[in-house]
Each structure stands twice: as structure tokens, then as C-alpha cells.
Design a protein around this ligand. Structure first.
Ligand code: ZN
Length: 154
């Protein structure tokens, strides 16, 4: 079975659109993607984040979780992210995949798989192995890759 399972739920597409808007707030730097993330609980946006929003080479999902008053709020929620959560970080910081598993996120909806430009990402597989539902929103590749032209060569 292919790793990629698509969601055709229009609500998933709406929240992905919000995550894409967050990704476009990220300031590009060499060797790091511009990603946006939105955490949803019971159909409501709880928090959001984008790459490097918080100082310290932070990632979008990491920022969204750090902005919660209590990490318990994330339990059972859905994390929308424009790119597959990282499983390895060149900086040595804790990968977002680990953070999402620890926060007991129930569902991850991503825009694109991480291309193998910087590291080989196994986030999707690890999330699924941990019992988290993982879906990809179809037809948002261009929007998710748009803020990443500094890394992805066509
Ligand atoms: Zn990450």
C-alpha cells in the first residue's frame, strides 16, 4: 500500500489553506524550508506556527506546540502542516515527528512529503507507526513549494 493517503474533506483543505498562509510568513534562510502549521481541536484553530517564528531555528509544528499554554491541549488534535513533519534535524534539535507523538496528536494532515533535498525524511511512516492518522491534501504541492524555491531547483 502506498504511504500516501489523500483526504478529500473540504475542512481539511480549508485548514491547509491557513497553514499555507502561515508558511508564506516565514522568512527564507539557506538550508531550511518555509513551512506553516495549524493545530485544530474540535473544528477550531487552537494555535499556528511557521518556520523560525520563535527564535532558534524553530520549525512550524514546533512553534505551534510551543505557543500552547499547556501541551495537554494538543492531545487528540489535528496538526495541519504544509510539509511532512521532520524526522531528522541537521541542527540536532528534537524532530517534530517526536514532538507530535509525545503531544498525542491524533491526526496529521500534510500538504507535501518532504523532498530528499536536505535529509531523508521518515516522518510520515513514524507517525503512522505510532498510531497517528496521516493524510495528504491533494493538489496543494505548488502552494506548499512556492515559499521554498530557495531549496527546490526545478
Ligand atoms: Zn520539524
Amino acid at each position: 500500500m502506498s504511504l500516501t493517503q489523500y483526504t478529500h474533506d473540504p475542512r481539511d483543505r480549508e485548514f491547509m489553506q491557513l497553514a499555507i498562509e502561515k508558511a508564506n510568513e516565514s522568512i527564507p534562510v539557506e538550508k531550511a524550508y518555509c513551512v506553516g502549521a495549524v493545530l485544530v481541536q474540535n473544528g477550531q484553530q487552537l494555535t499556528s506556527g511557521f518556520s523560525r517564528e520563535i527564535p532558534g531555528n524553530t520549525h512550524a509544528e514546533e512553534c505551534a506546540l510551543l505557543k500552547l499554554k499547556d501541551i495537554e491541549e494538543a492531545k487528540g488534535g489535528t496538526m495541519y502542516t504544509t510539509m511532512e513533519p521532520c524526522s531528522t534535524r541537521l541542527s540536532g534539535n528534537r524532530p517534530c515527528t517526536d514532538r507530535l507523538i509525545e503531544a498525542q496528536i491524533a491526526r496529521v494532515v500534510m500538504g507535501v512529503r518532504e523532498p530528499p533535498n536536505l535529509v531523508q525524511c521518515t516522518g510520515l511512516q513514524q507517525l503512522r507507526d505510532s498510531g497517528i492518522e496521516v493524510f495528504v491534501v491533494p493538489d496543494v504541492e505548488d502552494a506548499c513549494f512556492a515559499p521554498n524555491q530557495h531549496i527546490i531547483k526545478h
